[in-house]
Design a protein around this ligand. Structure first.
Ligand code: ADP
Ligand code: ADP
Length: 226
């Protein structure tokens, strides 16, 4: 079970700026939750706190039934995919995907199995020996997803993963991510400022503004009112 629970979560940065102002949010197990809202409203900060990449100033964060405030990112059973992919340029696709598993001391044969399976799901089997610079934008994004999938995370965090792709590819990747969510049966939390993405991909949408949550509802409730 990997529901994600935020209780009165607050983030004040070192300069005193309050980016997240005490929010409550319950993301259900296997849900596809979208965080949406204008630039600067606190979406990325919230996601980074779930990942453990940003310290929580106040409040309680749980993944499953475990409070994770003091749990390191690598021990959270989450994976995060970023806008800029953050692939290691000097490593092959295979080694990029293997990197996190090697750190976890996963046996080599299992690493190979997991990578081959993920590569098949994403249609990148033929690219495993390439370096990132030999890939198109869409292929790089698939590798970034692959690197996350092989970790078998309970929770998938994505921060505008499609925003660097051209419009046509974005539409295609939207459909692929919806399918991926179905196939993996894991909890997704997905940050975007794109209304079409929010509307078409999420099971629910959390609308943020100026560090607060304004509304949490199904897409049709949010976008279909007159
Ligand atoms: P969003 O993802 O919704 O665009 P962010 O979570 O990135 O918003 O940022 C929320 C607010 O916090 C913004 O006003 C941003 O400038 C500010 N912020 C982000 N990181 C820092 C930081 N390290 N120090 C101070 N302020 C920050
Ligand atoms: P270090 O500088 O010691 O690598 P990090 O905090 O960058 O410390 O990473 C520690 C471990 O946390 C990594 O080896 C990785 O397994 C995990 N980790 C870091 N960032 C993420 C992320 N975005 N998603 C999932 N796991 C992460």
């Amino acid at each position: 079970m990997a529901n994600v629970t935020l209780k009165s979560i607050r983030k004040t940065y070192e300069n005193g700026f309050q980016a997240v102002k005490g929010i409550d949010l319950e993301v259900a197990d296997k849900e596809f939750m979208i965080l949406v809202g204008p630039s600067g409203c606190g979406k990325t900060t919230t996601l980074r706190m779930v990942a453990g990449l940003e310290e929580i100033t106040e409040g309680e964060m749980s993944i499953g039934d475990r409070i994770v405030n003091d749990v390191a990112p690598k021990d959270r059973n989450i994976a995060m995919v970023f806008q800029n992919y953050a692939l290691y340029p000097h490593m092959t696709v295979y080694d990029n995907m293997a990197f996190g598993l090697k750190l976890q001391k996963t046996p080599k044969t299992e690493i190979k199995e997991r990578i081959e399976k993920a590569a098949k799901i994403l249609g990148i089997e033929a690219l495993l020996d390439r370096k990132p610079k030999q890939l198109s934008g869409g292929q790089r994004q698939r590798v970034a997803l692959g690197r996350a999938i092989v970790r078998k995370p309970e929770v998938f965090l994505m921060d505008e993963p499609l925003s660097n792709l051209d419009a046509k590819l974005r539409v295609q990747m939207r459909a692929e991510l919806i399918k991926l969510h179905k196939d993996l049966q894991t909890t997704f939390i997905y940050v975007t400022h794109d209304q079409t993405e929010a509307m078409t991909m999420g099971t629910r949408i959390c609308v943020m503004n100026e560090g607060n949550i304004q509304q949490v509802a199904e897409p049709k409730t949010i976008y279909n009112h007159p």
